[in-house]
Write a protein that binds this ligand. Structure first.
Ligand code: BEZ
Length: 188
């Protein structure tokens, strides 16, 4: 798949006629919403797991030394917890540009913590995108994150901010917290 996903995402017009759309955030969107939103609510989506398997050469790393950021991978029976934002469709142009390094919009059922559900959107970087790095041990992921840095800041800060935000939501994420523990062994 082409590295730049903006054109593909613009063809995803399912919600264009809607006045507002729920967007599920599971990564930086949990701790950094750099867009206007109407409302936000803790939520989860089923059958996906958060993994630091997507390479980042434009935000938390460089072409020469990519960082690692999260994407979602299929995980039957799993629940991925995050934050849902009610936004107007115009906000997608901003997110399509920000996340052009491999992330595609996907329609999904979003379940709020009070049990209500709604159909909304999530951005996912699938394994066929050019920046996908895939699985590695959590220690190796931590080692790579420890030394990576890019235009959006240090990769370690992305990981630590995400772990902090998940704790604030009262969520456990064994993958994220294991990488966070390993990170402490690598120099700042
Ligand atoms: C998120 O934080 O949910 C997110 C991750 C990657 C791309 C767009 C959003």
């Amino acid at each position: 798949m082409s590295l730049n996903t903006i054109t593909i995402n613009q063809r995803m017009d399912k919600f264009d006629a809607h006045h507002s759309v729920w967007l599920f955030g599971y990564g930086s969107l949990i701790f950094k919403a750099d867009f206007p939103y109407i409302e936000r609510r803790p939520a989860s989506i089923a059958n996906w797991a958060r993994r630091f398997w997507q390479g980042s050469h434009d935000h938390r790393g460089t072409e020469a030394a990519p960082g690692r950021v999260v994407t979602l991978v299929p995980a039957p029976g799993a629940l991925c917890a995050g934050m849902a934002y009610l936004i107007t469709p115009e906000v997608f142009a901003h997110l399509d540009h920000r996340e052009k390094n491999g992330y595609l919009r996907l329609a999904t059922d979003i379940r709020f913590d009070d049990g209500d559900t709604v159909e909304g959107l999530v951005y996912i970087a699938t394994e066929d995108n050019a920046a996908f790095l895939g699985a590695a041990t959590e220690r190796d992921i931590a080692r790579q994150i420890a030394s990576a840095s890019g235009p959006s800041g240090r990769n370690r800060d992305y990981l630590l901010d995400l772990a902090h935000a998940l704790r604030e939501l009262g969520q456990d994420d064994a993958h994220v917290f294991a990488i966070e523990r390993h990170l402490a062994d690598f120099a700042k």
